[in-house]
Design a binder for this molecule. Structure first.
Ligand SMILES: O=P(O)(O)OC[C@H]1O[C@](O)(CO)[C@@H](O)[C@@H]1O
Length: 232
């Protein structure tokens, strides 16, 4: 696997198949190895660390080796974010460092389900009010980075209770509706896109946004995204 971080890495959070069982298409799926590794709160130097912590932000890297769980591609567990004090859900900024990702996003009221297809270098902004699962639909390791507010706890209950997101992605890129959901919209498929007004650009490391005093403000004040009418 390529080197994805220059500094020392902390001990990662890990998810095994047992941690994931409640959200899998096949409850009895087996996997010997850890499914993914989460390196949280990374910074390259003390200045960046202080800048991030003063703004209550976090830079994480997640590594998801390829794996099939039964017929289903490996994925993150899935969660929603609560609302920020300004009344809009906390968003999250992602970038694929290497590999390929499908970001399966669903609105809380299930009025919209979107799959954002992203390849190496692509950026994806998860909008307020959307839960997210990241799928590795390839036979390469997916390495992705995110910057997110550190002022909230992820909410897993809905995904656990409903045995995953509204759809499962199976081998051959087949999306299967999760039978535990009622009526859900058809998936909208979109390619990852840039948001130039927020300096969110493909192939420009999101890490380089650290230190810019205005550009990541929407992560704690999501109303800013409302004002620029950001839509996925
Ligand atoms: O918490 P989950 O659903 O397993 O997803 C893991 C992902 O979420 C994050 O915690 C950020 O939302 C990342 O560190 C990681 O990519």
């Amino acid at each position: 696997m390529m080197k994805f971080w220059d500094g020392t890495l902390p001990k990662p959070g890990q998810r095994t198949v047992e941690d994931m069982r409640s959200v899998l298409a096949d409850f009895n799926a087996c996997a010997e190895n850890t499914l993914y590794f989460m390196y949280r709160s990374l910074s390259m130097n003390p200045g960046d660390k202080e800048w991030l912590s003063a703004r209550c932000l976090r830079y994480d890297i997640t590594v998801i080796p390829p794996c099939l769980l039964g017929d289903e591609y490996v994925k993150t567990k899935g969660h929603y974010h609560p609302k920020a004090p300004d009344g809009f859900g906390f968003p999250e900024l992602y970038q694929v460092i290497s590999g390929e990702a499908h970001f399966l996003l669903q609105k809380r009221d299930l009025s919209d389900v979107v799959v954002v297809r992203a390849k190496t270098g692509d950026v994806v902004l998860v909008p307020p009010g959307y839960g997210h699962v990241t799928i590795n639909p390839s036979n390469e390791t997916l390495v992705m980075a995110n910057i997110v507010s550190d002022a909230f706890k992820s909410e897993y209950e809905f995904y656990e209770h409903n045995h995953g997101a509204a759809y499962y992605e199976l081998f051959g890129n087949v999306f299967l509706k999760n039978p535990n959901y009622g009526d859900v919209p058809k998936i909208r498929f979109v390619d990852a896109f840039e948001v130039p007004e927020l300096k969110i650009l493909h192939n420009q490391s999101i890490y380089d946004l650290i230190g810019d005093d205005e550009v990541l403000e929407y992560l704690n004040n999501p109303v800013i995204l409302e004002k620029i009418n950001f839509k996925i």
